[in-house]
Design a protein around this ligand. Structure first.
Ligand code: FAD
Length: 391
């Protein structure tokens, strides 16, 4: 029989939410265990585009409200952590771009005017021209307008690797999770038959949270998933581009981020409107040909002749919402010792950790467990999709 473990906080799910929270808790002296049933960050986290939104994109359609304050502060908090002087020491995590760009192909000035008139973005956005343009847009045929947003883009695999280092001996590869109760009270979890007792249990299991809740006999908080059909292109002709291309609608027509592949090539990873409803309905072949047509129209000077293509279907997991508004804050619900939530964005992982930490503080939960952990089986690091789709 594996030994019984006691810990202050037991976290299930090692995506950015669980790993960031874990590192914050450990830096405050809490003992923690993080259980992961697949790979570290391999759920939504390493499939994300790595943009540390500050909310500017949402101002475009007037959705940046008072409730968006958390997101507005995220770029500063990440910047400090990346510089090694923030709430976590993330020095060494690779920064892919200091800025994300808004790029209008030329015909939607009205949309941009109202966007830049909005108080929310004033002072955070500058128009760029000539040599300040992203390399992929530096061509004499480029006619659009480009604005620089003070939003970072990070290399997510290196973030996950650093957060895994900060997790020390607390990571546990575990498959089968059952409740551990005393009477009616949940006092921990049984992971592959091993009892883990904790003062608090946090479920941050992304799309796996609904199944975990039902294993605990619970149905709340309700979750929703939003399917996406992302496009991946890899080839020697691609130059770095981190930009939302604006269409006439409320969502970016296409959002391109650029990532380093292990073989030294750049990968363009594309989402935005093209990856949503209509894109989800397309077959991979249709989705690739739609993306090829978009790029040939928007960026005809980019040499795509040696580019290889793939698509990736992935669901975003979020709390169930009424209507179509998207959350600009992390979400956390509580039931006794159990805390359950979704950051809703990679960028909002610090906000998710804040919410858990304030619930602990409110309940007077302090670090108490000092026992060393036994040697636990460790989950592997998640790899970006292009490494196996386009090796
Ligand atoms: P996940 O990363 O999904 O982690 C949950 C973990 O729990 C997984 O590792 C999973 O294996 C594990 N798990 C599940 N069930 C169990 C179980 N029963 N037992 C143990 N472990 C379990 N956000 C941004 O801020 N910027 C972006 O640019 C951005 N781009 C995105 C692009 C795409 C295509 C997608 C899909 C999302 C994007 N996001 C972005 C959103 C962001 O990726 C997510 O909000 C964030 O990664 C969620 O983190 P998480 O830790 O909650 O979930």
């Amino acid at each position: 029989m594996p030994s019984v473990i006691s810990t202050d906080v037991l976290i299930v799910g090692a995506g950015v939410a669980g790993l960031w929270l874990n590192a914050r808790l450990r830096s405050q002296g809490f003992s923690t265990v993080v259980v992961e049933n697949a790979t570290l960050g391999g759920g939504q986290t390493v499939k994300s585009q790595g943009i540390i939104h500050g909310g500017a994109k949402y101002a475009l359609h007037g959705a940046l409200t008072g409730a968006s304050e958390a997101i507005a502060d995220m770029p500063r908090r990440w910047r400090e952590a990346l510089a090694g002087n923030g709430e976590l020491d993330l020095s060494g995590v690779r920064l892919l771009s200091e800025a994300h760009y808004l790029w209008s192909p030329g015909t939607i000035a009205g949309n941009l005017t109202s966007f830049f008139a909005s108080k929310a973005v004033r002072g955070r956005v500058d128009q760029v021209k000539g040599e300040e343009l992203p390399p992929a847009l530096q061509d004499r045929r480029f006619k659009g307008k480009v604005y620089r947003l003070a939003e970072l883009v990070i290399d997510v695999p290196s973030l996950v690797e650093r957060l895994a280092q900060l997790a020390g001996d607390g990571l546990l590869a575990g498959q089968h999770i059952e409740p551990l109760r005393e009477g009616d009270t949940l006092v921990g979890l049984k992971v592959d038959g091993r009892e883990i007792r904790a003062q608090r249990i946090v479920l941050s299991a992304g799309g796996g949270t609904a199944d975990l809740l039902s294993a605990l006999g619970l149905s709340q908080p309700a979750m929703q998933t939003r399917p996406l059909h992302m496009i991946i292109a890899k080839g020697p002709g691609l130059k770095p581009l981190y930009a939302h291309c604006l269409g006439g609608g409320t969502k970016p027509r296409i959002t391109v981020t650029t990532h380093p592949a292990a073989d030294g090539n750049w990968v363009w990873y594309m989402g935005g409107d093209i990856a949503e409803a209509d894109g989800v309905a397309r077959t991979p072949e249709e989705q690739i040909s739609t993306a090829q047509k978009e790029l040939a129209q928007l960026l005809p000077w980019i040499d795509m002749s040696q580019t290889r293509w793939a698509t990736l279907r992935v669901d975003r997991a979020e709390p169930l919402q009424s209507g179509l508004t998207r959350p600009d804050n992390a979400f956390l619900a509580e039931q006794g010792r159990l805390l359950v939530g979704w950051p809703t964005k990679l960028a909002l992982a610090p906000d998710f950790a804040d919410r858990v930490l304030s619930a602990l503080e409110r309940d007077g939960i302090r670090p108490t467990v000092t026992d060393a952990l036994p040697d636990l089986p460790k989950p592997a690091l998640g790899q970006p999709a292009w490494e196996h789709l386009l090796p």
